[in-house]
Design a protein around this ligand. Structure first.
Ligand SMILES: [Zn+2]
Ligand SMILES: [Zn+2]
Length: 142
């Protein structure tokens, strides 16, 4: 079992093999998958897995701070088990999402706090454009 999940077990949460597999899958991919993609990837191994279980488990993991929910997509949330501070670049053509470990936004956050009076917890950047693969295919003459 992934170490991070032991925290949840200590809190008394039920960690079925399916739930463990969902977290494990997320932890081992950089693709920032949607719930549907996670379901499609795990269903062959867990024929009894339902979409409901995938959604419930993701909600639980987000609530417990083990997974980040990204709203880079209008149609579906994407999920990331890397909770360290980083930003995301999204390809407008193929939808690929790539991590960008750029500068911390802490100083910007402090500035925003003093200007708005809010106590702000986090900030992140979303970039949009064309990924390298789509740039390459764009350059090919039709
Ligand atoms: Zn692309
Ligand atoms: Zn990420």
């Amino acid at each position: 079992m992934d170490e991070e999940l032991l925290v949840l077990r200590r809190k008394g949460m039920r960690l079925t093999p399916q739930r463990q597999a969902i977290y494990h899958y997320l932890k081992n991919t950089k693709s920032h998958p949607t719930a549907e993609e996670i379901f499609a990837a795990l269903h062959p191994r867990f024929p009894g897995l339902s979409r409901g279980t995938v959604y419930n488990t993701l909600n639980m993991l987000v609530q417990e701070g083990l997974v980040r929910e990204l709203r880079v997509d209008d149609t579906a949330s994407r999920y990331d088990a890397d909770t360290s501070q980083h930003h995301h670049a999204t390809c407008q053509k193929c939808g690929r999402v790539t991590d960008y470990f750029g500068p911390s936004l802490d100083s910007l956050l402090r500035e925003a706090e003093s200007e708005t009076g809010y106590r702000l917890e986090s900030a992140e950047l979303y970039f949009e454009g064309l990924c390298p693969a789509c740039q390459a295919s764009n350059n090919v003459a039709p």
